[in-house]
Design a protein around this ligand. Structure first.
Ligand code: UTP
Length: 408
């Protein structure tokens, strides 16, 4: 893209200030900036005019969950079907590790965080150990696809290599990168990170399958004969990955997607809630949950929306191909965005100062006709690390790991 084309593109989106320092830049810096302008998707800025409008909801009704007792009564049958599928190479796993983990506040990728007390125990290591349990049980390696972003790709891949993939077979680990979206101030003006760089951030965890397609990784999935992809977050250090019982339950119930859920510990717990929206499966984020939904009761007098998602989904690969053609809604999230001020000095804000634009994996569920919400024991499978201390933190996750006999 040359200067004139870049100018036209920025003019169209009302972002000409991006070229403010252009004349001061070296030739190489000019080239970098023009390339970034070309590659940055500015449509997000248009489709979100009027901020927050994309999060409107339809008619919400309860969705029944496969509870622990039902799972227990069919455990052997489910587990057998799951093990068979895993042995046949039909199950892969996708680690979503492209996020910035700003709440944890580490400069390194979240998975590189050491939660150990007497020895080193990295978040990535815990996840690989969990997956190894299934490899050991089934005798089959499970393809692991790791999504990174422009901000952490180098560090993540180098770390896995340095740690010898924590004992996993590197032939079964594939890295791919997600796309970036511009970050803006509250008026929708793109921030500059440097005189020759727009502030961008990873575009949310909803684009993972599109990114797999873009990187040719989805072809690899098809060629390998993988029929199910278990997508999971980097921060839940207790979660079971490619869990045979969960896999079997999704297969035997003919589901397009399964979602692990936990019984909420309080009506206002900060966790997305499973429900039906206009008759289709859906997840209402905790910040969108109103009092009516929080206090609604079912026929037996139990809370009607009592199960929250833990970001562990099992998608049928064919269903993902269908979803890929659809456009997911955009979420506008208030965040702290580093930028350069009017004098060109770098600023690292202490408080949120603008918006990031994200698509979310939870919106993929609503594109499908059915979903199997599958309950898991929260103290055994849910130890998310979002913060250093307090709720959903390194501290709380350590405690839960220890309760489960994991040495730290
Ligand atoms: P979070 O919602 O916790 O976001 O991501 P985050 O950006 O990592 O953390 P904060 O909000 O800045 O503290 C849930 C999961 O989705 C992944 C994260 O890596 C995590 O596994 N994710 C999030 C991506 O892979 N890409 C994204 O753009 C955002």
């Amino acid at each position: 893209m040359d200067y004139n084309e870049a100018y036209k593109k920025l003019e169209k989106y009302g972002q000409l200030h991006v070229l403010k320092y252009y004349d001061e830049l070296t030739d190489a810096e000019k080239e970098e900036l023009l390339k970034q302008i070309e590659e940055t998707d500015m449509e997000v800025l248009v489709s979100t005019a009027g901020k927050g409008g994309s999060n409107a909801k339809g008619k919400i009704t309860p969705l029944s969950v496969m509870t622990l007792s039902e799972i227990e009564s069919r455990k052997d049958e489910f587990t057998k079907a799951g093990i068979e599928a895993i042995k046949a190479g039909k199950v892969g796993a996708v680690l979503l590790a492209g996020g910035m983990g700003t709440r944890l506040g580490s400069d390194e990728p979240k998975g590189m965080y050491n939660i150990g007390l007497t020895k080193e125990v990295y978040i990535f290591e815990r996840l690989i150990d969990n997956l190894m349990d299934v490899v050991n049980l089934t005798g089959a390696w499970i393809h692991l696809f790791v999504m990174t972003s422009d901000k952490n790709h180098e560090a993540t891949t180098a770390f896995f290599k340095e740690k010898d993939y924590f004992g996993y077979n590197p032939d079964y680990i594939t890295f791919f990168m997600q796309d970036m979206a511009p970050a803006t101030d509250y008026e929708g003006k793109v921030y500059m990170e440097a005189k020759n760089r727009i502030s961008t951030s990873p575009n949310g965890n909803g684009g993972w399958f599109l990114s797999m397609m873009k990187w040719g990784v989805a072809d690899k999935v098809r060629e390998a004969g993988i029929e199910w992809l278990n997508v999971f977050a980097v921060d839940n250090v207790l979660q079971r990955i490619a869990d045979p019982c969960f896999v079997g339950a999704a297969i035997l119930t003919g589901s397009d997607v399964g979602s692990k859920v936990v019984c909420k510990n309080a009506p206002d717990e900060k966790i997305g809630v499973m429900c039906l929206e206009d008759g289709k499966p859906s997840i209402v984020e905790y910040y969108e949950l109103d009092d009516e939904m929080m206090n609604a009761k079912d026929d037996q007098g139990n809370p009607a929306y009592n199960y929250g998602v833990i970001l562990n989904y099992l998608f049928r690969e064919k269903a993902l191909e269908e979803i890929a053609a659809k456009k997911l809604p955009l979420h506008i999230v208030e965040k702290k965005i580093p930028y350069i001020d009017a004098d060109g000095n770098a600023v690292k804000p202490e408080e949120p100062n603008g918006y990031k634009y994200e698509q979310l994996v939870l919106d993929m569920i609503h594109e499908l006709d059915s979903c199997l919400p599958y309950e898991v024991k929260r103290n055994y499978e849910f130890a998310p690390i979002k913060n250093r201390t307090g709720i959903d933190s390194v501290e709380s996750a350590r405690k839960l790991c220890q309760e489960n006999g994991i040495e730290l």
